[in-house]
Write a new protein. Structure first.
Length: 163
């Protein structure tokens, strides 16, 4: 996978990702330490990279992006040391890879991760007025919800999931 690491992410994490055969660029590698978040997002979009960050603003930027296909791995860790971040990435990346490719926000904390799909799903036009659009939308919502639930410990679905 291709990643763009924000300034809060240690270069040790990027080195580890490279050792795992990922294509990783750290903002520091390009002398872009002071690049505003919007520009970081634009670069990630142009280069088709997943943003690695501790910055909560990226969740809002993705939500306001109106369909850009950039994924974000957002770390919400109390222990931000490189070893902790790497340990979580070892677990999360294999499980979230399929979600990151089409576009998602993956929120990573100490014991779990949550996937929020970026809804680029475009509804088919109604051609026969049979309500197939509604059925298709509901099926998609259930599919996304199931994928989100699969990343939670057994018996701990998110309270905010409303089907």
């Amino acid at each position: 996978m291709q990643f763009l690491a924000d300034m809060g992410v240690s270069t040790r994490v990027t080195q580890w990702l490279r050792s795992q055969n990922h294509d990783v660029v750290h903002l520091r590698d390009r002398g872009l330490q002071r690049l505003p978040n919007g520009e970081i997002f634009r670069r990630a979009t142009q280069e088709r990279r997943v943003v690695l960050t501790f910055d909560l603003d990226f969740g809002e930027i993705v939500a306001a992006s109106h369909g850009s296909t950039v994924s974000v791995v957002l770390f919400r860790l109390r222990n931000t040391r490189s070893e902790s971040v790497i340990a979580r990435l070892e677990t999360v990346l294999p499980q979230a890879r399929a979600d990151l490719l089409p576009g998602a926000i993956v929120v990573v904390d100490e014991s779990r991760h949550r996937v929020r799909a970026i809804l680029l799903f475009k509804m088919a036009r109604r051609e026969n007025g049979t309500g197939s659009e509604h059925k298709q939308r509901k099926s998609f919502q259930i599919n996304v919800a199931s994928r989100c639930l699969s990343h939670f410990p057994a018996g701990a679905p998110p309270a905010s999931l409303n089907l």
